[in-house]
Design a protein around this ligand. Sequence first.
Ligand code: FAD
Ligand code: FO1
Length: 450
Amino acid sequence: MKAERIRKLKNGISRPGPIVYWMSRDQRAEDNWALTFAQKLALEQSEPLGVVFCLTPNFAGATLRQYHFMLKGLAETSAYLRTKNIAFFLLVGDPVTELIRFVNQYQVQTVITDFDPLTIKQQWKRNALQELAIPVYEVDTHNIVPCWLASPKQEYGAYTLRPKLQRVLHSYLDSFIPLQYHPVNWPHSVPVFDWESTLSSLPLDRQVAPIQWLQPGSQAAWQQVVYFLDYHLNDYGTRSNDPAEDRQSNLSPYLHFGQLAPQRVALAILQYGKPGPSQEAFLEELIIRRELADNFCYYNPNYQTVDGFPTWARQTLERHCHDERPYLYAEEQLDKAQTHDSYWNAAQLEMVGRGKMHGYLRMYWAKKILEWTPSPKVALETAIHLNDRYLLDGRDPNGYTGIAWSIGGVHDRAWGERSIFGKIRYMSGSRLAVKFNMNRYIERVNQLEK
Ligand code: FAD
Ligand code: FO1
C-alpha cells in the first residue's frame, strides 16, 4: 500500500502489545487502508489486531434514522471481522475517554486512526493525542488522493483542484489488499454485541424514523454499485439531473458512513463502465467534487458559518442584507414544507420522507432558504440543521460544502447582481419547470411511503 496515505501523528513510547484501529469515518472491513495498515503492523510483530468504534449518541444532530443505518452497517462489519479473527469492540460514551480506557486496559501498543476533516473529529483526535503515550498514525482511506497531499491549502474551486488530483490519480487508483485471517488471537474474550439493544438503549432523538428503501451495510452498498453500473451510469449527467427520475447512484449514504470506499467505486467504474461523457461526469462528482469538499472542510475551520464564505460573497450578501424579503419563513414552516413554492415543498418532503433529496434540487432548496429567511446567517444555520436532521448522508463535508456553495458562493463565481442574493448564483422555479417535468417529481414524492 502507498506509504503516502499514512502519516504518523505521534511517536510515543513503543511497547509490545495489540495493534488497534480506531474506526470512525470508514466503517468497513475490506477496502480500508487504515485497517490494511494496522494488520500489516500486527503481522510484522505477530501481535493481535483489534478494531474499536467509539459510539456517541449525539453526533451533529443525528437521529434514530442515521444511527439505525450506521449500526446495521457496523453489525455487518463486526461479524465479518470475526470471520477474520480480528476483534471488534463497540465503546459507548465519550469517544476519547473510552478509547484511553481501552488502550490502558489492553496495553495497546499502537493506534491507527482514519482521516476526517470535520471539526468534531479533529477535536477527538487532538484530545486523544494528548492522552496517549504510544505511537498514533492517521490514514486517509476516504479520499483517493490523501487530502493533505492533494493540496496544502483551501482551493478556489474544482477548476484549481482538478489538475492537482488528475496529475497523481492514476498512481492512487491502486488495488486494495484483502484482509488476511489474523493468525494471532486477541488475548482476552471478545464480547458479542447486542446491536438491537444498543440501538434501543441509546438516548437518541427518535422523531425521525429509519428508512426502508435502502439496505444498510457494505454488501448492500456493493449491490447498489452493480445496479447503478448496469442501469444508470450511461444516463449520468443527462437524465440523472432530472428530479422526476431516480437515476443518481444513491451511493451517498454508503459513502458517508464509510460502508463503501469511493476508491472501490472509481475502480469499478473504470473497469466495467463504458468510457464517455457519462462516466466522466460521474467521476467528476465522485472524485473531484467529493475530494474538493474534504479540502474545504479541512482547510477552512469556518465551513459551517458565513465566515467561511469568500470575501466577495460576504460583501455582496452584506450589501443586500436589508433588501426587502417578499417571503419570510420560520424554520418550523420550512421543516413542514409550508411554503408557497410547490417544488421546494416537494424537495423538503422528499428529504423528510426518504432521507435523501435529489442532488439538483438540493441547490434550489438551499438557495430558496437564503431568499426566504432574514439573513444569510440564519439561512445557513437553517439549511445545515434541516440537512443534517433528515438526510442519511448528512453531517458530511459534502453537505457543509454544498450548502456553502449554494448560499455563500464557495467554489463558485460572482453572477449578475440582484436583490437579496447580490452576486450569489440565483436559481428560479420557472427554470426548473423548463428543464424538468416538475409535476412528475411532485407526484413521485407524493407516492413516497409515509
Ligand atoms: P450521485 O450524483 O450519484 O454522485 C455520486 C457521488 O458523488 C455522491 O455520493 C457524492 O459522494 C459525490 N457527489 C455528487 N455530487 C456532489 C457534490 N455536489 N459535492 C460533493 N460530492 C458530490 N452530499 C452528501 O453526501 N451529504 C450531504 O449532506 C449533502 N448535502 C448537500 C446540500 C446541498 C445544498 C448541495 C447543493 C449538495 C449536497 N450534497 C450532499 C452533495 C450531493 O448533492 C450529494 O452528494 C448527492 O446528491 C448524493 O446522492 P448520490 O450519491 O445519489 O449522488
Ligand atoms: N463517528 C464515530 O466515530 N462515532 C459515532 O458515534 C458517530 C455517529 C454518527 C452518527 C451520524 C452520522 O452521520 C455520523 C456519525 N459518525 C460517528 C461520523 C461518521 O462516521 C463520519 O465519520 C462523518 O460524519 C463523516 O465525515
